[in-house]
Ligand binder design. Structure first.
Ligand code: SF4
Length: 940
């Protein structure tokens, strides 16, 4: 949905941000907010008929942005559909009552001041986010560390890449990604470790896919317990047992030494600690690695040979490595292999941590983590404390690290933190041990939440909510995974009373009495100060150096082109590759090998909790769905949470495709209060690519859109001892079959009250569709229709049909409101699956004819609505249509694209198309009696 904004205010918002592209429209160049690839986006702003209003007309990838060169994935290409003003938080509220900004700011400032006066600065905390821009982050960190005087500010990036930060710092003495996206195209071998880049970093994945097409000699290896879409371009998949990565890379280090593949000169000249690291790797023979990782020895050997024999190797890793109780060790075990073979600081080489969030890197740069000062300086370094404090001229500077995310919420739970300000994040859904987070925020004396949306699980816990600007209004900078700083430009003015995060923070700071440090007129002033701090007393001691930008004018800032730091007087155009000279930022200037002793994940499976639970993202959703869940364009691909389970595990447990299961863990079972969202109930999808004994669930669903799909309830507080990153890829769970008498699909034009859904269903999950909402629900209630009739009096005419079939009773109901279709309920004992397009076509009509009414009562759609599950979101092509085309001879992704257009726009669905082609061509040629014997599907 496009936003309409008065012309007068858009011009005032940021006069320099846009340049003329044609007389009737302007083109704003900005950055996508949906992942760490950091794609450049061109937004066309056009005048519409209504005098004085503008429309964000369309988006396309910026052809001149070095991250994406014109490409966007499905999330990026639907940016405008997720940018509407419905669901926006537009005014501050105290205890649910709208107030003006003066009241809200004074209230937040006085409560924080009072609690600090009574209990000290350690009694307050900020929990911030990789969604913030660098300028927002900078002032939040400055307020907490330099003025309030505690380091109790941590970020949700703690949950996504803090282990990568710790590992870089241990090895290089600096949190510095050595390589860049171009290196991925130049590599001879790319090893994806714990990364489903095809879905999580799609544009980057497509760059790699293209590079491999141009250079078929390029080899791809995937290391992941699941065989995901990324594996579609892999030459080798290592489906390792969850948590065994360090064994695999220790074995590689040993192999390099045993096969004379070390770069001894590099080791001798540029590194320290090799002997100890090698000693730790000694026990890890190929045989032992294969046994520990539960993969074939031949595959281990093939991988080791590929790594050893390839000159240019990139290891690209994400949450599968980081979200672990040994995440830092996992990353260092990878870095060790690059150091030992000298595959670092050269074209096409390096250990590459891909960040999840759009500005996780920017947050790291300005001290968003509780264990860092600003500008990559260390809290426990007295010299760094002095540098930051003297630069800020601030009254305070912390001498010890603050509370990392999990510890922070523990202290809220213990009552030691009495005020917390949560900015642009939804910890009720993303933090582990949801039961504890609920309890902690309920108990907390003062909870402030600033966000751009009006409703999410965390906002529901707030004493004060503060409306912040969103993507199209925010104005500042972000840094992507390859250290590239890009401008996110304020295209539209703030709606309602919303303010930029940096303004909200500065206003509160000033109201707290800190008059001097927070008088900024615009984000460029903050950016200059940040750049100045990176240069201040640097003298080549810190790699993060933006000295060439510390004096840029506002005009230059507005026109800043994407650029990779460091950006100093010596390198005003930025630096693409770090450590080419073999000098690092440790005390000795040498890179450090780390001796790694592999360690099992903290929570082991037991008889009571026999399955390993893994979690991650799906293709079209972002974080907790507060934005990407708004549009049917992105909800059609996967419309509710699910549990992937191997068919043999399902068979052993008497579970069939589509059955509902209750998942429980040692953590969730501690919370027995029935009104807490402790239960996780989801339908099962059988998946050959799933390892036996392991399950996978998506992370995005919450209590805001479902009764029982928030999986954070199951995860324990286990964290990495060094990074503090929670173990969100591994916990032990039990699976119990849930029995429901009836399953239903409920289509409605207007959103139903969730209390009503809780009343009629044990399980429900709601999703936006084009013409309203679709609710899946499962229930043991005898007469749902009567309850709906009582609760929905505006629906005046009700029609129902009831039949019996072999499986039980089928009941189809629809209701009209003012003559228009308003509600349709398909209910039976066997989970109905009506085509959403059919219902959309009827919900948009002013009235139904008799044939349409009869079709609804018989649940018999017109055959044209038999597309099946949506695969290509851009051209709305469903699975059934694709399978038909494959059966007609379209036996490649290219042919499908030619015939149906699917996969020819953003390309995000191409790996799924590939999987469908493989599966259906294979099924055509082979009669599969036992799916376990299908080599394509098991990936063996
Ligand atoms: Fe946005 Fe997709 Fe690019 Fe990520 S890959 S920045 S989600 S367009």
């Amino acid at each position: 949905m496009s936003a309409h904004i008065p012309l007068s205010s858009i011009v005032a918002a940021d006069g320099d941000r846009a340049f003329q592209c044609k007389p009737s429209a302007t083109l704003a160049k900005t950055t996508c907010p949906y992942c760490g690839v950091g794609c450049g986006v061109d937004v066309e702003i056009a005048k519409v008929a209504v005098e004085g209003e503008l429309r964000l007309n369309k988006v396309k990838g910026s052809s001149d942005h070095p991250a994406n060169f014109g490409r966007l994935c499905v999330k990026g290409s639907k940016l405008l559909e997720t940018n509407g003003l419905e669901d926006r938080l537009l005014s501050p509220k105290i205890q649910g009552q709208e107030v003006d900004w003066h009241q809200a700011t004074e209230h937040v400032a006085s409560k924080f001041t009072q609690i600090i006066a009574e209990h000290g600065p350690g009694a307050v905390a900020f929990y911030v986010s990789g969604q913030l821009l660098t300028e927002d982050y900078y002032v939040a960190n400055k307020l907490m560390k330099g003025y309030i005087g505690t380091a109790n500010i941590d970020t949700n990036s703690r949950l996504c890449m803090s282990s990568a930060v710790s590992a870089y710092k241990r090895a290089f003495g600096a949190d510095a990604v050595p390589c860049n996206y171009e290196d991925l195209e130049l590599a001879d071998l790319i090893v994806f470790v714990g990364s489903n880049a095809a879905w999580t970093h799609p544009v980057l994945f497509q760059r790699i896919e293209r590079a491999k097409k141009l250079n078929p000699a390029m080899q791809i290896v995937t290391v992941d317990p699941r065989q995901t879409g990324t594996g579609e371009i892999a030459d080798l998949h290592l489906g390792i047992k969850s948590g065994t990565d360090t064994a695999l890379f220790n074995g590689l280090l040993r192999y390099l030494q045993q096969h004379s593949k070390l770069d001894q000169n590099y080791i001798d000249t540029n590194t320290q600690g090799f002997a100890d690291a090698l000693a730790c790797s000694k026990p890890w023979s190929i045989e032992k690695v294969a046994k520990t990782c539960d993969i074939p020895e031949a595959d281990v050997e093939t991988f080791y040979r590929l790594f050893s024999d390839s000159d240019r190797v990139i290891s690209a890793y994400t949450m599968g490595v980081n979200q672990s109780s040994s995440g830092t060790d996992k990353a260092n075990s990878i870095i060790n292999c690059h150091l030992a073979s000298g595959k670092l600081g050269k074209e096409g080489c390096g250990p590459f941590s891909l960040t999840g969030q759009p500005n996780a890197m920017g947050g790291r740069e300005v001290g968003g983590l509780a264990n860092m000062l600003a500008a990559h300086m260390d809290i426990d370094n007295p010299q760094h404390q002095q540098i930051v404090q003297s630069y800020w001229q601030s009254p305070a500077i912390p001498k010890q690290i603050g509370l990392k995310a999990v510890d922070m919420f523990d202290e809220v739970d213990n009552g030691n933190i009495k005020a917390i300000w949560i900015m642009a994040t939804n910890p009720m859904v993303s933090m582990p041990n949801r039961g504890k987070i609920v309890r902690a925020l309920e108990k907390c004396e003062f909870v402030v939440v600033s966000d751009c949306v009006v409703k999410n699980d965390t906002l529901a816990m707030a004493d004060v909510v503060l409306p912040a600007t969103g993507w199209s209004e925010k104005n500042g900078t972000v840094t992507n995974s390859e250290r590239r700083i890009s401008r996110q430009r304020g295209i539209l003015p703030a709606p309602g009373l919303a303010k930029h995060d940096w303004q909200i923070i500065c206003d509160v700071a000033k109201a707290m009495g800190f008059k001097q440090g927070f008088n900024y007129a615009n984000p460029s002033e903050i950016f200059r100060e940040h750049a100045g701090l990176t240069a201040y007393q640097n003298n080549g001691t810190r790699v993060l150096n933006l000295s060439a930008l510390e004096n840029i004018s506002e005009n230059e800032y507005n026109r800043l082109k994407p650029i990779q730091w460091p950006i100093s007087q010596d390198s005003p155009e930025g630096i693409a590759r770090l450590f080419a000279d073999g000098r690092f930022y440790t005390q000795s200037k040498k890179a450090q090998f780390i001796a790694i002793q592999p360690k099992a994940p903290e929570v082991a499976t037991t008889d009571a909790f026999p399955f390993v639970l893994n979690s991650g993202r799906v293709r079209d959703q972002w974080h907790t769905m507060t934005r990407t869940g708004k549009t049917a364009e992105l909800t059609g691909h996967i419309d509710r949470a699910f549990v992937h389970m191997h068919p043999s595990d399902a068979k052993d447990n008497g579970i069939y495709e589509g059955d509902f299961v209750l998942l429980s863990s040692g953590t969730s079972s501690k919370f027995t209060d029935t009104d807490k969202p402790k239960k996780v109930i989801m339908p099962v999808k059988l998946q050959q690519q799933q390892r036996r004994g392991e399950l996978f669930v998506p992370i995005h669903w919450s209590a805001t859109n479902s009764s029982s799909s928030a999986i954070a309830a199951l995860y324990s507080d286990a964290t990495d001892a060094i990074s503090g990153q929670p173990e969100l890829k591994h916990t032990a769970v039990n699976v119990e079959l849930c029995q429901f008498g009836n399953h239903a699909q409920l289509f409605t034009r207007t959103k139903l009250n969730h209390n009503l859904l809780n009343q009629i269903a044990e399980y429900w999950s709601e999703v936006t569709i084009e013409q309203g909402y679709l609710v899946y629900f499962s229930t043991n209630h005898a007469d749902v229709v009567s309850e709906l009739q009582v609760n929905l009096p505006l629906c005046s005419e009700w029609f129902s049909s009831q039949q019996k079939n072999d499986l039980g009773e089928v009941r189809n109901t629809f209701a009209l409101r003012d003559g228009r279709l308003d509600l349709v309920l398909f209910s039976d004992s066997n989970a109905p699956q009506m085509d959403v397009n059919w219902l959309n076509s009827l919900l948009q009509l002013a009235a139904l004819d008799e044939q349409q009414k009869s079709a609804l009562l018989r649940a018999m759609p017109d055959p044209e609505f038999a597309q099946g599950r949506l695969v290509c979101s851009c051209f709305k092509v469903g699975e059934n249509t694709i399978v038909d085309a494959i059966n007609r001879g379209c036996n490649s992704v290219d042919k499908l694209g030619h015939e149906l257009k699917c996969g020819t726009n953003c390309g995000s669905c191409k790996t799924e198309l590939q999987q469908l082609v493989k599966r259906h061509i294979f099924e055509e040629n082979v009669t599969i009696l036992d799916p376990e014997l299908n080599p394509l599907q098991t990936g063996t």
